[in-house]
Design a binder for this molecule. Structure first.
Ligand SMILES: Nc1ncnc2c1ncn2[C@@H]1O[C@H](COP(=O)(O)OP(=O)(O)OP(=O)(O)O)[C@@H](O)[C@H]1O
Length: 269
């Protein structure tokens, strides 16, 4: 099978500042201010055409950061990502411009993707129909609920027919009927051999839809493989974690935070 996405040793470092002046000083005197925090620590994997991969991991493990990097929305600090064809990310905050109407957002997104006037004229009604927002399509996006934004984001992203689709929690908002419509569309994509990445806190949705799972823990790949092998291990981990005392849970999280603060530093004992 052909590789469609190659992620090689991807590191994402954020800087955490105590206050805005620290951030300014850091810009003037690089590396002097702020604490480094590694949201991703050397992530490598390959996705094949037709793969449907679920990103799993507890809050803060790096799922959204990885989704945004694959979509090209944020750059990695180190490492490389290669994507065959065009990718589209659907997230609750899906890069819509709040000041523009739904219709204007459709036009802007299509223009940015390089579609010409004629193609946009053809696509626009299809996107509007899928989003099914009624007269709200001509209202500014800032008046939309999160479910409505997600509808518009989903409609744009699937109708532009990307080769790689990344869906980050976008099905968790909005109603059941729309989620079903999205799942049907995703199945269509799957059959066409496109690559889909899926982030959801619903284990049920993951198991139903994905064939592989990539488990992130403190920004590192803990497991990657068939979902029927990875998911039971993840569920067992969640059970173990839940049965820990508050103190043990905190010690576990603190150990992870240390790893994420100190990544790349040479330990001198
Ligand atoms: N812009 C940023 N600046 C600083 N730290 C950030 C930034 N964005 C994310 N982080 C941190 O990076 C880590 C990974 O965040 P990310 O959103 O990727 O996790 P996640 O697995 O998607 O979490 P969730 O399940 O809660 O959505 C978190 O500790 C988060 O606080």
């Amino acid at each position: 099978m052909e590789v469609s996405v190659r992620v090689e040793d991807v590191v994402k470092r954020y800087k955490l500042y105590q206050n805005p002046s620290e951030k300014l000083l850091d810009l003037l005197l690089p590396k002097s201010y702020g604490e480094a925090f590694y949201a991703l620590r050397g992530v490598s994997f390959e996705a094949l055409k037709g793969d449907v991969i679920g990103f799993i991991g507890v809050n803060g493990s790096g799922k959204s950061t990885l989704s945004n990097i694959i979509a090209g929305i944020i750059p990695p600090t180190m490492g490389a990502v290669e994507v065959e064809g065009k990718s589209a990310l659907i997230a609750v905050q899906s890069g819509l411009n709040n000041a523009l109407t739904g219709r204007e957002n459709i036009e802007l997104k299509c223009l940015m993707l390089g579609f010409d006037k004629q193609q946009i004229q053809q696509l626009e009604p299809e996107i509007i129909e899928f989003a099914d927002l009624g007269k709200f399509i001509d209202q500014p996006v800032k008046s939309y609920s999160s479910g409505m934004k997600s509808r518009l984001g989903f409609a744009i992203s699937v109708m532009i027919d990307p080769d790689v689709l990344i869906i980050d929690e976008a099905l968790s908002v909005g109603d059941k009927a729309f989620a079903q419509k999205c799942l049907n569309k995703m199945n269509e994509f799957k059959e066409k051999g496109k690559t889909i990445f899926f982030v959801s806190h619903s284990v049920g949705q993951m198991k139903e839809f994905c064939e592989k799972a990539l488990w992130l823990e403190f920004g590192e790949v803990k497991e990657y493989g068939p979902i029927e092998e990875v998911m039971p291990k993840y569920e067992a981990f969640l059970e173990d974690y839940k049965s820990m005392s508050k103190k043990e849970q905190k010690a576990f999280r603190d150990r992870g935070a240390k790893l994420q603060e100190n990544y790349g530093k040479i330990e001198i004992s």
